[in-house]
Write a protein that binds this ligand. Structure first.
Ligand code: R5P
Length: 290
């Protein structure tokens, strides 16, 4: 097996290869003046089972195109098989037609991967794992909740409670609270599909006064969901609120927006390389592809 360290996941790719003790191959990439992608493997790939590690955070379309070019080229160059590790899978949030006549984008991404003859897809805390049920190839959805929880267990959290900012994140919060200790609570969230505006309300009845809260979401994008929840928890008397997520997209001023809302810190995994990516998923990926 060899690990191809895609341009979007060079550091993580190397960590996975190191953990497994296998060869890693770097990839040269650039953008042509018209915005088209260029890809070149820095070493021969022939006869190996290639595992391409490439996250698809913004610029998502470029990172996806790089992934498609790497898959096709690796097969052209004579590898035995290609599996892809896409730690953050772009377009996964558009997992159904929320309004009539909308594209179900994740379905299209899976169709493209199938057409490119991908042997297997490994991803981390996918937004809606059910979308993989109809994929024409094996898909493995790894959970990053254990590694994120371990971080907080070591961080000296006092009187902990885990919160989910919406119904979908509730399962994650429940799992994390079993590991970290304390109760878990959650919000209900409605998003206006046209304006993107959100309305949130507490659904649980726990007393958060004096508690250290870990507010756990799969993705932080604009930070709107997290900032709203942090504010409400602080107003309800929470001592400290730590924002935790698997995928820190952190678009524009999202990080500052979350701190301004009263959060202590933002902690994320390295599915997306950011300053807040303090928890690595390299070991869980390595274990899954071994
Ligand atoms: C949505 O269902 C996701 O789980 C996240 O809650 C959402 O993507 C966060 O977006 P934002 O940071 O823009 O509020």
């Amino acid at each position: 097996m060899l690990i191809v360290c895609g341009p979007a996941s060079t550091t993580l790719g190397h960590k996975v290869a190191e953990t497994l003790g296998v060869r890693s191959v770097d990839v040269d990439s650039k953008l042509f003046p018209d915005g088209e992608c260029y890809i070149r493997f820095m070493e021969d790939l022939k006869d190996d089972e290639a595992v391409i590690v490439q996250s698809t955070y913004p610029p998502s379309n470029i990172h996806l195109m790089q992934l498609f070019l790497m898959i096709d080229t690796a097969l052209d160059l004579g590898v035995k098989s290609v599996s892809v590790v896409v730690p953050y899978l772009a377009y996964a949030r558009q997992d159904k037609a929320f309004r009539p006549n909308e594209a179900v984008s994740i379905k299209t991404i899976l169709h493209i991967l199938e057409g490119l003859k991908v042997g297997k897809l490994v991803t981390v805390t996918a937004h809606e794992p059910e979308v993989f049920q109809n994929a024409g190839f094996p898909c493995i959805n790894l959970s990053a909740i254990e590694v994120l929880s371990e971080y907080f267990m070591k961080a000296g959290i006092r009187r902990p409670m885990v919160f989910a900012p919406d119904k979908k994140a509730r399962r994650m919060a429940e799992e994390a609270s079993r590991l970290i200790g304390g109760d878990y609570g959650w919000f209900s969230k409605e998003r206006d599909r046209i304006t993107g505006e959100i309305t949130m309300r507490r659904v649980d009845e726990h007393n958060v006064e004096g508690k250290d809260i870990i507010l756990l979401d799969d993705i932080i994008s604009t930070g709107g969901t997290t900032a709203t929840a942090v504010k409400m928890l602080r107003e309800a008397g929470a001592e400290r609120v730590f924002s935790a997520c698997v995928h820190a997209l952190l678009i524009d001023d999202a990080y500052q927006r979350i701190l301004n809302s009263g959060a202590e810190a933002v902690v994320a995994t390295d599915t997306i390389p950011r300053d807040v990516s303090l928890v690595t998923v390299a070991q869980i990926i390595a274990k899954a592809i071994k």
